[in-house]
Write a protein that binds this ligand. Structure first.
Ligand code: DGL
Length: 264
C-alpha cells in the first residue's frame, strides 16, 4: 500500500537531519529512509554539474527503496538540482528552498530579508528568486557563510572561533534594517542561538526545515497517501563511516540514531 511506503530524503551528510527532525514532529507516523552522502560532503562549494550528478545518484538509491515521496533536504542540492530531479523522476520531489522562501516572506514585517547559505546556494540565487517571486519589492541581502558547515561538523557550536565568524559574516547586516534572517543551510539551525545573541531579539530568525515538513504533510494529504497511526520505522544510510554519523547525528536530529548502514 502506498501509504506505508517510506518518505525518502537525502542530504550531503548529517545536516539534513535537522529537516528530518521537523518531518518527524509534523508527521510522526511516517516511515523515513534517510541517506547522507557523507563520503562526498560538503556539496556547498562544488560545481552545479557535480551536485546534479550526486543528487541523481542519491535519488536513484532512495527510489530503489520504494519511497513514495523524495525530500531534498540539502539547500545546495535543492538550489542546483531540484528542477532536474523533478523532470527526471516520476514521483513528487520536494526541496527546502520554496518552503523556506515562503516562510521568510510570511514572517518578514518590512520585506528586508537576509539569506545565509553555502557559496553554492547563494551563487545559484535560488532563494533570491523564490523570495522575489512571492514579494517582488523585497530587499534581499544574500550572505555566503562557507566556514559555518565545517565548524558545526566539528561540534564547535559554542566555540570562540564560531562566535567570531558569526560576527564577521553578519557584519553586512549593520544599518540595513533587516527584519528577518533566513537560515538557508541545513547546519545553521544549530547556530541559531549564537546568531540570536549577535543580532538581538528584534530580528526574526527562521529556517526552511519546518516549512518543508509542512509542505510534505500537505502533499501527502492531497495525494491521500499519509500513513495511519502505526509506529514509524526510520532507516539511515551513509556513504562513509556509519559510526561517526550515528554519534554526531543525534545532536542534529534531537533523538538517538540506531542501525546506520553503509550504502552498497
Ligand atoms: N547540506 C548543505 C546545505 O544545506 C550544507 C553542507 C554541505 O555543504 O554539503 O547547503
Amino acid at each position: 500500500m502506498t501509504k506505508n511506503r517510506p518518505i525518502g530524503m537525502f542530504d550531503s551528510g548529517l545536516g539534513g537531519l535537522t529537516v528530518m527532525q521537523q518531518l518527524v514532529k509534523t508527521l510522526p507516523h511516517e516511515n523515513i529512509v534517510y541517506y547522507g552522502d557523507t563520503a562526498r560532503l560538503p556539496y556547498g562549494g562544488k560545481s552545479r554539474e557535480t551536485i546534479i550528478r550526486y543528487s541523481i545518484e542519491n535519488a536513484i538509491f532512495l527510489i530503489e527503496k520504494n519511497i513514495k515521496v523524495l525530500v531534498v533536504a540539502c539547500n545546495t542540492a535543492t538550489s542546483q538540482a531540484l528542477d532536474k530531479m523533478q523532470q527526471i523522476f516520476g514521483l513528487p520531489v520536494i526541496g527546502v528552498i520554496d518552503p523556506g522562501a515562503e516562510h521568510a516572506v510570511e514572517t518578514s514585517s518590512h520585506g528586508r530579508i537576509a539569506v545565509l547559505g553555502t557559496r553554492g546556494t547563494i551563487q545559484s540565487e535560488a532563494y533570491q528568486k523564490a523570495i522575489l517571486q512571492r514579494s517582488p519589492n523585497a530587499f534581499i541581502l544574500p550572505i555566503a557563510c562557507p566556514l559555518f558547515v565545517p565548524l558545526v561538523e566539528e561540534g564547535c557550536i559554542d566555540h570562540p572561533a564560531t562566535r567570531m565568524l558569526v560576527r564577521e559574516y553578519l557584519m553586512p547586516l549593520k544599518d540595513q534594517n533587516i527584519d528577518t534572517i533566513l537560515l538557508g543551510c541545513t547546519h545553521y539551525p544549530l547556530l541559531k542561538n549564537l546568531i540570536r545573541e549577535e543580532v538581538g531579539e528584534h530580528i526574526s530568525i527562521i529556517d526552511s526545515a519546518t516549512s518543508c515538513a509542512e509542505k510534505v504533510a500537505v502533499l501527502l494529504d492531497e495525494m491521500n497517501i499519509r500513513k495511519a497511526s502505526t509506529p514509524p520505522l526510520y532507516q539511515y544510510y551513509v556513504s562513509d563511516d556509519p559510526h561517526k554519523f550515528q554519534i554526531l547525528g543525534s545532536s542534529f536530529l534531537g533523538m538517538s540514531i540506531k542501525g546506520v548502514e553503509t550504502k552498497q
